[in-house]
Design a protein around this ligand. Structure first.
Ligand SMILES: [Zn+2]
Length: 268
């Protein structure tokens, strides 16, 4: 009887493919979206790009990653404060929340937010995602000057939704972070290492993918440590797929709308 049950299980599993469920999950590539919540012009001397004077176009971004477990992670979460939008002359603004809505997601669907650093454009809307656990470096919290953001982080901490880490740390699923401290004292980059490749979210360690590829360090005016910026750039593997903090030239995918780029790994 026990043998019959065992054989039946094997048949059922082979017929329905359930033997492979775990493997299937393991090999699924993450779904990666760039959410462009605004655009602006910005002084070239404040970014690490090829152009050294005048202004460059910036995209203001958060990244959404649906990982192999089906969990939604935001790498940075943008901001929506109207005064800051005016101060930085942002155009074509839409909140990250509303862009998630275009993808059929509510703010409640975000399970993790990994903050590359605590500048307003990457972090200020961190309180808009009620179920998210927020990951940030301890040094970034310790040196935080922005009182509004600080109180939001403290509120998250009181609800046990803040995960403060110190240095290079493995996170959920295939995510890990590495402390760089090139842009700010606690700036970190986010890796997703899956079987389909290694994906790197640089925050403002690289404003553009080209800055990483050509190993252009941050200018002193935008750096906590130019040396740390250089060391990070030296450490990069050429096969890593880079998603930069203010990328304007996305490749290997397609724009789903004026606001959302979907990475599908295809060469365009
Ligand atoms: Zn930024």
């Amino acid at each position: 009887m026990r043998a019959c049950f065992f054989l039946a299980c094997i048949f059922w599993c082979v017929a329905l493919g359930c033997h492979n469920t775990q493997n299937k999950n393991a090999v699924l590539a993450p779904q990666i979206y760039a959410l462009r919540y605004a655009v602006s012009d910005y002084p070239a001397q404040l970014v690490n790009g090829l152009q050294k004077s005048g202004t460059v176009k910036l995209n203001w971004l958060a990244y959404l990653v649906r990982d192999s477990s089906g969990d939604n992670t935001l790498v940075d979460c943008g901001f929506s404060d109207a005064a800051l939008r005016r101060r930085f002359s942002l155009r074509n603004f839409r909140s990250v929340e509303s862009l998630l809505g275009d993808l059929g997601l509510t703010p409640q669907a975000i399970k993790y937010i990994v903050l590359t650093h605590a500048h307003f454009d990457h972090a200020l809307d961190v309180d808009k995602f009620p179920n998210a656990t927020v990951v940030v470096q301890q040094r970034e919290v310790a040196s935080l000057q922005d009182k509004v953001l600080k109180s939001k982080l403290m509120s998250l901490q009181s609800r046990r939704h803040l995960k403060i880490i110190d240095g290079n740390t493995p996170l959920h699923t295939n995510f890990s972070v590495e402390l760089v401290a090139g842009h700010t004292s606690g700036s970190q980059v986010v890796y997703y290492r899956g079987i389909s490749g290694t994906f790197l979210f640089t925050g403002d360690e690289c404003y553009f993918r080209e800055s990483c590829q050509k190993k252009i360090p941050l200018p002193r005016a935008a750096a906590f440590s130019v040396e740390n910026s250089r060391a990070f750039l030296r450490s990069l593997d050429k096969d890593t797929i880079v998603f930069a903090g203010h990328e304007t030239d996305f490749v290997q995918g397609r724009w789903l709308s004026d606001y959302i780029f979907f990475f599908d790994g295809s060469v365009t």
